[in-house]
Design a protein around this ligand. Structure first.
Ligand code: SF4
Length: 342
């Protein structure tokens, strides 16, 4: 993260909320920009976006537009992913401090060292990591593609999964496959309180518990449905239950309520005095910072081209494996060089 960049702070404009919206739409035209909002953004930001979704889905959609500028209301690794897929577009992030505890848990130098200690292991790496860590990985996965790709890997290939240990443990349970697990966690998904969720379920016996696989095992074990953020949203639209206890970042509830206005959505509480469990990084972005980054054309995500290409390769492998093309795991394994030499 380039700390020399100016970080927009709230209160720098005297614009009223309606004026801010008008200015954002005016700048969007002027810049030929596309605005992306992750599901965990504030609802007022989601309502301004061209696309709302999971991080990879957003980056892919933006890359398919003819926009010159991508404004990514999300966190730093997501904006990096957008840059990896759209090198010719300018990528703006409203607040450069919007990081991620999972990405921070895997510094590139430690990750390289870990891989060198286990050179025969193929690195299956969750997309919530820095571009440097992606560049050191063999195949990138998302929470929706991880299980499928892991099942395709031949049994005799040892696998190292990073950086989320909860997602790794979940994958081990559902596939029966042993992996070496990096011990990173998401500070949001790790904090849900089993005791409070149990109390909520007694209070709302009609509600189903739905959970993201980054949650701890004790929460996933009692969930009625486990899936990526997009999968959770879809489940609430298709399942007939009138109520859901939602064990992921509560920003997604805005889209759940829009899609199913007659259903009740209850944020799963954390093990603290707060009623819900917001991601402090995601919530650094504000509508005012969104406006300021468009007005000032910064902070901008820049990336060395060699790093971008190295980070793209394992990301592209996942895209190829999950697309309708005829790519199969064996042809991809031929291009992955093991043992890992750094
Ligand atoms: S919710 Fe967790 S994984 Fe997502 S950005 Fe926040 S800290 Fe990272």
């Amino acid at each position: 993260m380039d700390q020399s960049e100016t970080i927009a702070t709230p209160g720098e404009t005297n614009l009223l909320p309606e004026e801010l919206n008008e200015e954002i739409f005016r700048l969007k035209k002027e810049l030929n920009a596309v605005i992306l909002a992750h599901y965990y953004q504030e609802s007022e930001i989601q309502d301004l976006a061209d696309f709302i979704g999971d991080s990879l889905e957003l980056s892919r959609k933006a890359s398919q537009t003819d926009a010159d500028v991508i404004v990514f209301a999300g966190v730093h690794f997501m904006a990096e992913t957008a840059k990896i897929l759209s090198p010719d577009k300018t990528v703006l992030l409203p607040d450069l401090e919007a990081g991620c505890s999972l990405a921070d848990s895997a510094p590139a130098d430690l990750f390289r060292h870990y891989r060198l200690q286990h050179p025969d292991h193929l690195s299956l790496t969750y997309i919530n990591c820095t571009a440097e860590v992606k560049a050191l990985s063999d195949i990138i996965v998302t929470s929706s593609s991880a299980e499928r790709i892991l099942r395709e890997l031949p049994e005799d290939i040892p696998v190292l999964f990073a950086p989320d240990r909860n997602l790794g443990q979940y994958l081990q349970r559902v596939t029966g496959r042993d992996m070496l697990l990096w011990q990173g966690t998401c500070l949001v998904h790790e904090q849900f309180s089993e005791r409070k969720i149990f109390a909520l379920r007694n209070e709302h016996p009609e509600a189903k518990l739905i959970a993201h696989p980054e949650c701890e095992e004790v929460i996933l074990d009692q969930a009625d449905f486990v899936g990526s953020t997009s999968a959770l949203l879809k489940f609430t639209q298709t399942d007939p239950s009138p109520a859901f206890i939602v064990a992921t970042e509560p920003g997604i509830i805005h889209q759940m309520e829009k899609a199913s206005p007659n259903k009740l959505f209850i944020p799963a509480p954390p093990d603290s005095s707060c009623a819900c469990n917001e991601c402090p990084y995601m919530k650094l972005n504000t509508r005012e910072k969104l406006y300021l980054c468009m007005r000032d054309r910064k902070p901008e995500i820049t990336m060395d081209e060699s790093l971008r290409r190295r980070a793209l390769a394992p990301l592209q492998r996942m895209l190829d494996l999950t697309s309708d093309s005829s790519t199969n795991i064996h042809s991809l394994l031929e291009e992955i060089r093991l043992p890992f030499t750094g």
